[in-house]
Design a protein around this ligand. Structure first.
Ligand code: SF4
Length: 110
């Protein structure tokens, strides 16, 4: 185990980026990945074009992300690891929504 401080996937204040469940697992368990993020050059910290990663201006707390995630997991709209009502191409993008305090569930559930 590494010095990863996050209890759940989502916005990581330490590395200033969103971590999908897979990236979060790598951060928790792989020292090489953890050190890459510590050095500012881990996956997701820079795009191939060298652009800065997307920054969430109003990040949710880890507790709030988990609260939202729990609601989604019990919702009829949750299919194939994402919300059917939100037009997003991948699960990491959906976690961006969960981690942004300014976003809302389209059904008003959070
Ligand atoms: S409708 Fe709301 S609670 Fe249901 S999966 Fe979508 S975002 Fe989550």
């Amino acid at each position: 185990m590494t010095q990863c401080e996050c209890k759940y996937p989502g916005y990581c204040k330490r590395h200033k980026m969103l971590k999908s469940p897979h990236l979060w697992e790598l951060c928790r368990t792989r020292e090489d990945y953890f050190q890459a993020w510590e050095g500012g050059h881990g996956p997701g910290q820079r795009t191939k074009e060298g652009k800065a990663p997307v920054v969430i201006t109003v990040p949710c707390s880890q507790d709030e992300i988990e609260r939202r995630r729990t609601i989604c997991l019990g919702c009829d709209c949750w299919m194939n690891d994402r919300c059917e009502l939100i037009e997003l191409g991948c699960r990491p993008a959906f976690y961006k929504i969960l981690a942004d305090a300014e976003q809302q569930c389209p059904e008003g559930k959070w």
